[in-house]
Ligand binder design. Structure first.
Ligand code: ADP
Length: 381
């Protein structure tokens, strides 16, 4: 099946075309400056359609899969989109004010351009719908949950759903029996506790701000800091900017990109070294906590840009896991590769793996599966 994967933002539309049987990538690109150079999402779709006509040599798309950030409490798996589903995605906008409206615009634009092509929504939150209540509840008045939906949702679910079975199979473990701690470390970063192949806890919460130190996000802070700053006259937009765009590695090292920080650290920057130390320490603490949460993990798995590429960051994290008997093989850790691989030593208590994620591939596969299932049920009707 030829699947067009769309990640629709408010001012850009990223796309890939995947052939699901061969996993081939047939086209990839971005249409940006929507709202400026390109008037709206409908115009972006026109542009995309023109590009695909050239790049696909006349082959046509069978289905479209959309990355949707927030599925709230409703969506626990990918769904075939109809009018009611788009409205539901829009209704969840208060929980993801930048992302969900943009996804809905992308979906409507595809429907207007190609009304016959089936569309599927794949939600970042869906994989974490298995969190037990003691993990998703904040210790806050119940009215906040009932009125505003304030609870832990978790994100990066598509990546975890992809990486967990890959890591399990590599170790010869049935994915449904797999207990692991998986760290998705990109510009946004989170960690998930996987028990029996399901998510039972994750570090991102009501929004992607909670948890690890990220490129520009603070991760965990004492919430009283916000109260203190509000009393000093900081308004909501300023605080939003501060915590989401001016904090994390950027605040500590003056840089949000891990490659630049590592280079600065090697060149003697104390700031850069501190940034690495703060981020690695935070992650090591979470791994210890989630090892307990899953009742003893069989593996720690690193994935995404930093997790797959930064051997130095992995070393700093795993070096702190000694009390759990977890040990790195320095040579294996230094090897670069695109394959899932083991980086722990033979005497490590549990395995440490690097497993590349591929969210677009995961969305393409999920889309093809949902569309095939819908066709089957239509046929048997
Ligand atoms: P996104 O969350 O935007 O998808 P990625 O998963 O692409 O992010 O991860 C981006 C991060 O990965 C950046 O901090 C980048 O510096 C880091 N990264 C990519 N390649 C390397 C590398 N070779 N060494 C260290 N860090 C790397």
């Amino acid at each position: 099946m030829l699947v067009l994967v769309i990640n629709s933002g408010s001012s850009s539309l990223k796309y890939q075309v995947r052939e699901t049987d061969s996993q081939d990538l047939l086209a990839k690109g971005i249409i940006d400056r929507i709202g400026e150079v390109v008037p709206d999402h409908a115009a972006a779709l026109e542009e995309l359609s023109g590009r695909l006509r050239e790049e696909l040599d006349g082959r046509t798309i069978d289905a479209v899969g959309h990355r949707v950030v927030h599925g709230g409490e409703r969506f626990s798996e990918p769904v075939l989109i109809n009018n009611e589903i788009v409205r539901s995605i829009e209704r969840l906008s208060p929980l993801a004010p930048l992302h969900n409206p943009a996804s809905a615009m992308g979906i409507r634009a595809v429907h207007a351009k190609w009304p016959k092509i089936p569309q599927v929504a794949v939600f970042d939150t869906a994989f974490h719908r298995t969190l037990p209540e003691h993990a998703w509840r904040y210790a806050l008045p119940d009215s906040l949950y009932r009125r505003h939906g304030i609870r832990r949702y978790g994100f990066h679910g598509t990546s975890y759903a992809y990486v967990a079975p890959v890591a399990a199979r590599f170790l010869g473990i049935d994915p449904e029996e797999f207990n692991a701690v998986i760290a998705h470390l990109g510009n946004g970063a989170s960690v998930a506790a996987i028990q029996g192949g399901k998510s039972i806890d994750t570090s991102m919460g009501f929004t992607p701000l909670e948890g690890l130190v990220m490129g520009t996000r603070s991760g965990d802070v004492d919430p009283s800091i916000l109260i203190f700053l509000a009393r000093q006259g900081y308004d909501a937009d300023t605080l939003d900017d501060l915590l989401n765009r001016e904090s994390g590695l950027r605040a500590l090292a003056g840089e949000s990109d891990m490659r630049a920080i590592e280079e600065a650290a090697v060149n003697g920057s104390e700031q850069a070294r501190l940034a690495l130390a703060v981020a690695a320490y935070r992650l090591a603490k979470y791994i210890g906590a989630y090892h307990v949460a899953v009742g003893g993990a069989q593996a720690v798995v690193f994935t995404a840009g930093i997790g797959e590429n930064s051997w130095e960051f992995r070393r700093q994290v795993v070096d702190q896991l000694g009390p759990l008997g977890i040990r790195l093989d320095a040579d294996a850790n230094a090897v670069r590769g695109k394959q899932v691989r083991r980086i722990s030593s033979a005497d490590s208590a549990i395995d440490v793996l690097v497993a590349p994620t591929d969210e677009e591939e995961a969305i393409a596969e999920a889309t093809a599966a949902v569309v095939a299932r819908a066709a089957d049920s239509a046929a048997s009707f």
